[in-house]
Design a protein around this ligand. Structure first.
Ligand code: NAD
Ligand code: IPM
Ligand code: MN
Length: 352
């Protein structure tokens, strides 16, 4: 098949991890007889510097026309002045919203060879396989904001339709997995969470009676996630809770540099990006872990291009590289670790 992939490297380690991932997609194309074309565009801080805005119209237009978007990361100290008029992160939020990407799939599957990198006891991690579905275009991220000399506000707002559609996405995934859905909210305090709980209960009762539903409050969920991670199958939650819980969950896998994501809507185009950020502390050193971005490319193959065998081959190649202890510094023993390109090449070699 032929596919047009828009590539948005962004800031910090973004260009490094994306440059390491494109050869993996090239290797898939040549092994399976596909043709992928890559068109690079600006987003985030680099777009502010070049065009004065974090999401230039040309970037959004290209993304709309593409089959899929591969994104690195945005943001960094250069653009982080709290009084700045424009911010890199606004570009990322705007493209998710504009493309209607309401369901952000973040799989958490600790790999046997990397268990030693996790601060959690290995026996708790065996067999952990969680899919977090984070609502991505609503909640406190997108409500009205105000700021005066003396106070500031961020409005958290959810509509029934916004909750229904993301719960349906999560429940469909649960149905194809182990048949269990955990909905995370703060219904003991927040009105939006009480709506979330009501709607979720109704959708599951009426449309997914075969999927078991459990409600969890977000604070105790943060604890259970580390103390009994095997108890979870699919977790669905609102935008900010999902953001925070998945960075926490990355410690089950051993590094933020291992967690991939797919941002999906009702159309074909999705954005595929690691869950981590631009990692300013290691940017420019060539040592970032590329596996999260490579695994995001696998999700791109699966969800936007329908290439399941190819996606599984990329995942198997990453697993095999991890089995061979091809570790970047975040996974390796102190003072050790291969560079970004070496890790990515190990994946390419296994696909050849
Ligand atoms: P971060 O995810 O960038 O980094 C947190 C820690 O994890 C750092 O120590 C970093 O070195 C490490 N890390 C992250 N990815 C890694 C990788 N692939 N390999 C090895 N180590 C890795 O979070 P932060 O420092 O809080 O944020 C930095 C900037 O990134 C901010 O501007 C933030 O807004 C932005 N950000 C962007 C995205 C995105 O583009 N999707 C996501 C999160 C944060
Ligand atoms: C993520 C990031 C973004 C988010 C920021 C950079 C806007 O943390 O993709 O997880 O909060 O969604
Ligand atoms: Mn985040």
């Amino acid at each position: 098949m032929h596919a047009d992939i828009v590539v948005l490297p962004g800031d910090g380690i973004g260009p490094e991890i994306v440059a390491a991932t494109l050869p993996v997609l090239e290797a898939v194309a040549s092994r399976y007889g596909h043709a992928f074309s890559f068109a690079e565009h600006d987003i985030g801080g680099v777009a502010i510097d070049r065009h004065g805005e974090p999401l230039p119209a040309a970037t959004l237009e290209a993304a709309r026309r593409a089959d899929a978007v591969l994104l690195g990361a945005v943001g960094g100290p250069k653009w982080s002045d709290p009084n700045a008029k424009v911010r890199p992160e606004q570009g990322l939020l705007a493209i998710r919203k504009a493309l209607g990407l309401f369901a952000n799939l973040r799989p958490v599957r600790p790999h046997a060879a990397a268990l030693g990198a996790s601060p959690i006891k290995s026996e708790l991690l065996q067999g952990v396989d969680i899919m977090v579905v984070r609502e991505l275009t609503g909640g406190i991220y997108f409500g009205d904001k105000t700021r005066s000399e003396t106070e500031a506000t961020d409005l958290c707002r959810y509509s029934v339709v916004e909750i229904e559609r993301v719960v349906r996405s999560a429940a469909a995934l649960a149905r194809a997995r182990r048949g269990h859905l955990t909905s995370v909210d703060k219904a003991n305090v927040l009105e939006t969470s009480r709506l979330w709980r009501d709607v979720t209960t109704r959708v599951m009762r009426d449309e997914f009676p075969d999927v078991t539903l459990e409600h969890q409050l977000v604070d105790s969920m943060a604890m259970h996630l580390l103390s009994k991670p095997r108890a979870y199958d699919v977790i669905v939650t609102e935008n900010m809770f999902g953001d925070i819980l998945t960075d926490e969950a990355s410690m089950l896998a051993g590094s933020l540099g291992l967690l991939a994501s797919a941002s999906l809507g009702s159309g074909k185009v999705g954005i595929y990006e690691p869950i981590h950020g631009s990692a300013p502390d290691i940017a420019g050193k060539g040592i970032a872990n590329p596996y999260a971005t490579i695994l995001s490319a696998a999700m791109l193959l699966r969800h936007s291009l329908g290439l399941e065998a190819e996606a599984a081959a990329v995942e198997a190649a990453v697993s095999s590289a991890l089995d061979a202890k091809v570790f970047t510094a975040d996974l390796a023993a102190a003072g050790q670790g291969v560079d970004t390109r070496t890790a990515a090449q190990a994946v390419v070699d296994r696909l050849a």
